[in-house]
Write a protein that binds this ligand. Structure first.
Ligand code: GDP
Length: 430
């Protein structure tokens, strides 16, 4: 059976922690989309880790970690990440990389930087990891699958043809140094050596695993609002962030995904540009940012301060719906313990009309938050393990959010550690 762990919002909801926790009972954990542009922060017995490419299950001895075909694979980053965890005492994880995953080429990273430079003030706020140029090439059918590294003759010819078109842009649009085919070919041969020990027909491997009744976790990156179709286009990422895409990006039948755990944070944060209706600013935002997450809300990949806001019921209901949520994991609730009153966004006002429906992007840009305020609980809730033991106002906050989003909150995370979790019976759970 397959479970997916995905985000309802803009990313950074705490998916890494929830995956790491659920991985205890999993045999296989798969990354199915995205690349090294976002990170997961995981705190466990080995220490604190920021992972960008490795699935969150790599800290367990009993799991196999898979980089699925849907991932943008940056080979030196993956190999460096494996080395960095092993150097810190984590046993060598079992890792398989799909032979159909495509390779982030050195020029994808360069084109990402050059394009952001060219756009100047109108840039997307990209992490410059090459993700948008990578997926553009994948769908323009000029990308390189991992398996192609092993077809040396074919590889050389294709590199020549791709470099010819890239060099036109480099020379005339970006005015930057041109690509050299020989040099690139050498780099690909180095990539081949690095990745060879991990390459596998992962879809066949998963087919067997499903027949044997193994427990499989799909680990999403970012969240619904960054999905290229259903998110705040064009301020989105370049691959689908939805659980449904897990079937494609891992190569498994869609009907095998039985449980969709959608992670929602108890307040909002976002990185990069784009509409963010419940955003807050100034001292109010600084305080939440300082207290947020585990040591502040700063990007795991870039260290950039995240944009902060109150919990957004409109965006989260929409985010949960598009994921096909069966369970909501409500995270980072402990952080809100300092507030006397907690504002929550329950509607959007667009052109003088209030709506609870998440609008298309150009209308979203005009939306103003309709806020309501709930009483705070003014204490530290870390360490509590039973729902009934949470302060009454804290339970009221959870129940208010659950009612407004309309999906069952069955897990509440009240700290960054694996055991900081409260399981809850939800009245919405059928
Ligand atoms: P992801 O990309 O969705 O995995 O999220 P991030 O790793 O960017 O953000 C989650 C951050 O919050 C990490 O630093 C986690 O250690 C931390 N975190 C996760 N759950 C909780 C929680 O319940 N409480 C607190 N205080 N921190 C948490």
């Amino acid at each position: 059976m397959v479970k997916a762990v995905v985000g309802a919002n803009w990313g950074d909801e705490g998916k890494g922690k929830i995956t790491d926790m659920l991985a205890r009972e999993a045999d296989i954990i798969i990354r199915f989309q995205g690349g090294a542009n976002a990170g997961h922060t995981i705190v466990n017995d080995y220490g604190k880790f920021a992972l960008h490419t490795l699935p969150s299950g790599v800290f367990y001895g009993h799991t196999t970690s898979i980089i699925g075909n849907g991932v943008a694979l940056n080979i030196p980053i993956l190999v460096g990440e494996i080395r960095s965890i092993v150097d810190r005492g984590v046993p060598m994880p079992k890792i398989l990389v799909s032979d159909r995953a495509q390779v982030v080429m050195p020029y994808h990273v360069l084109f990402d930087q050059y394009e952001e430079e060219r756009l100047g003030g109108k840039s997307f706020g990209s992490t410059k990891s090459g993700i948008a140029p990578f997926y553009s090439d994948k769908f323009a059918k000029i990308g390189f699958q991992v398996c192609e590294l092993f077809d040396e003759e074919g590889l050389r010819g294709k590199l020549e043809s791709v470099c010819a078109t890239k060099n036109v842009l480099l020379e005339h649009l970006y005015h930057k140094p041109l690509l050299d085919v020989d040099e690139l070919y050498q780099t690909m041969m180095e990539y081949k050596e690095m990745i060879a020990p991990y390459v596998c027909d992962t879809a066949s491997f998963l087919d067997e695993a499903l027949k044997e009744g193994k427990n499989i976790l799909l680990e999403g990156q970012l969240g619904t609002l960054k999905d290229p179709d259903h998110g705040i286009y064009p301020m989105v990422t370049s691959s689908s962030t939805l659980a449904g895409y897990g079937a494609v990006g891992a190569g498994i039948p869609p009907y095998e995904i039985r449980q969709v755990v959608t992670v929602c944070k108890a307040y909002s944060s976002a990185v990069g540009a784009g509409a963010f209706v419940s955003e807050i600013f100034g001292e109010e935002a600084d305080e939440l940012r300082r207290r947020g997450g585990d040591g502040g809300e700063y990007g795991a990949t870039t260290g950039r301060p995240r944009r902060m806001g109150w919990f957004d019921c409109v965006a989260s209901r929409y985010g949960c719906r598009l994921q096909g949520t069966t369970d909501v994991a409500f995270t980072v609730l402990d952080v809100l313990g300092y507030l006397d009153e907690i504002p929550v966004c329950v509607g959007y006002e667009v052109d003088g009309e209030v709506t609870e429906q998440f609008p298309v992007t150009w209308k979203l840009e005009k939306a103003k938050p309709v806020l309501t305020r709930l009483p705070g609980w003014k204490c530290d809730i870390r360490g509590i393990r039973k729902y009934e033991e949470l302060p009454e106002n804290c339970r009221k906050y959870v129940e208010f959010v659950e009612q407004h989003i309309g999906y069952p909150i069955t897990m509440i995370s009240n700290g960054p550690g694996r055991d900081d979790i409260i399981y809850r019976e939800s009245p919405l759970k059928k």
